[in-house]
Design a protein around this ligand. Structure first.
Ligand code: HMG
Length: 432
């Protein structure tokens, strides 16, 4: 079904109205939507079967990022995140990117790496040669261990022995995981070939496990934003564009800044990863290892001015799945996948990366203009009001008051709340 992700003013609707509109636009029965994410998507009974020592469940907000267009196609991106302004920021920047034709994305085949480690190898050069000579046999052995994956068109694509010195040899097996994230498949392959690897290379068996540095499974996203789309109160689009480029150069020179730059990107990317039931620790570990590959921690996304426009370039390793994993047991994760409606794990990775790029752009634009606090604090004020004890309509009233005062703190919210309740006590009762 062709979708349009431009839903102007969606955020101004009530939760009920948003559910109705989303269900209709996504072609999902509203009762199914509510059953899946209305109450966290996971019963305690089910949770007790997923992990150990369970005493309850823990809900997070489930939201939709809008305006996302990738390679000419619209996507509604599910986001699970606890931080205010992240969803607004991603939708806001995706809207600007849209004005320049949307995100352009491409991805590698979904290749993961299995590692088989050998220690105390007497002649590591000979060991690597022997492993290379038996590549066909090792690939076949690996494939025999994952017949279902082979049937789906995936499987072991090749091997590469690596001599890490001091008698340590590591064999990499490249496994095409198709639409699975692949951790279990890859670990199965690693364990299945290990004995034969030991026979061929000698030494002592070490670890047999996947690598989360999935640098053969990268996504690349670019976007071109016309300067006028970046303009903000008091600053021209060209000034904002140049401010974003200066912010990017700062991150490119300084790992302290690059870390925060990448954190802003992961705000959006992780939220999609979590909403679709994927392993965000794996994604985080791979992303940051890749960001440090040159020896100096660097930004994953960089920004430049080109022919008057702002151009962004992102490259990130991303191991996401659309089958298996929590989507089978967590109703919220299954609904996240239905909402995004990606036709493959590759497409899901493109969506997550694009939302990450949008998050990065929104944060840099805010930082390069009014500062992060105005937009962020306006939305953060609601959480602060709740922390101060506000409920119902008082949440918005208190949030509005402390934001207008420029003091978004729990103390200010408590004062605002007590002023509101004393003025409502002293006010005459509403007429019948
Ligand atoms: P605004 O200019 O007031 O927004 O921005 P607007 O009213 O002009 O609306 C523009 C679009 O934004 C809307 O268009 C919505 O899509 C979206 P529409 O589709 O309706 O036609 N939008 C919203 N969506 C949901 N809820 C809302 C909402 N408001 C607008 N309430 C905004 C306001 C907060 C979006 C803007 O100030 C912004 O983008 N700020 C950046 C905030 C941000 O980046 N937050 C992330 C947390 S900060 C952080 O942790 C990372 C950091 O350290 C990273 C770094 O240092 O690089 C900063």
């Amino acid at each position: 079904m062709t979708r349009n992700s431009r839903w102007p003013g969606f955020y101004k609707l009530s939760v009920e109205e948003r559910r109705r509109m989303a269900a209709e636009a996504l072609g999902i029965d509203i009762r199914e939507l509510i059953a899946a994410v209305g109450d966290g998507g996971l019963t305690c009974e089910r949770a007790d079967k997923i992990i150990e020592n369970v005493v309850g469940t823990f809900s997070m907000p489930f939201a939709l990022a809008l305006n996302v267009q990738i390679n000419g196609q619209d996507f509604i991106a599910p986001m699970v995140v606890e931080e205010p302004s992240v969803v607004a920021a991603a939708s806001n920047a995706a809207k600007m990117v849209r004005e320049g034709g949307g995100f352009k994305a491409e991805a590698d085949e979904p290749i993961m790496i299995a590692q088989v480690q050998l220690d105390d190898v007497v002649d590591s050069v000979r060991a690597c040669t022997r492993l290379r000579q038996h590549a066909g046999e090792l690939v076949a052995l690996g494939n025999d261990a994952v017949p279902g994956l082979v049937q789906r068109g995936g499987g072991v694509r090749g091997i590469e022995p690596r001599d890490l010195g001091d008698g340590m040899v590591v064999l990499h097996l490249y496994v095409d995981c198709r639409d699975a994230m692949g951790a279990n498949l890859v670990n199965t392959v690693a364990e299945a070939v290990a004995d034969r690897v030991l026979e061929l290379a000698g030494g002592r068996m070490g670890l047999r496990i996947l690598s989360n540095l999935c640098d053969r499974r990268k996504v690349r996203v670019t976007c071109r934003v016309p300067a006028h789309a970046l303009a903000s109160d008091g600053q021209s689009g060209e000034e904002v564009r140049d401010g974003v480029v200066r912010a990017s150069r700062f991150a490119e020179r300084d790992p302290y800044r690059a870390t925060t730059h990448n954190k802003g990107l992961m705000n959006g990317l992780d939220a999609v990863v979590i909403a679709t039931g994927n392993d965000w620790r794996a994604v985080e570990a791979g992303a940051h290892a890749y960001a440090a590959r040159s020896g100096s921690y660097s930004p994953l996304c960089v920004w430049r001015a080109d022919k008057g426009d702002l151009v962004g370039v992102l490259e990130i390793p991303l191991s996401l799945g659309t089958v298996g994993g929590p989507s089978r047991v967590h109703a919220g994760a299954a609904m996240g996948l239905r909402v995004v409606d990606a036709c493959s794990a590759i497409e899901l990775a493109m969506v997550a990366a694009s939302v990450g790029m949008a998050s990065n752009l929104a944060a840099l634009r805010a930082l390069a203009t009014e500062g992060i606090q105005r937009g962020h604090m306006a939305l953060h004020a609601r959480s602060v009001a709740i922390a101060a004890g506000a409920v119902g309509n008082d949440v918005e009233r208190v949030a509005h008051r402390i934001h207008a005062l420029g003091n978004v703190s729990v103390d200010a919210a408590r004062r605002a709340l007590s002023e509101l309740s004393s003025s409502s006590h002293s006010a005459p009762p509403p007429s019948e």
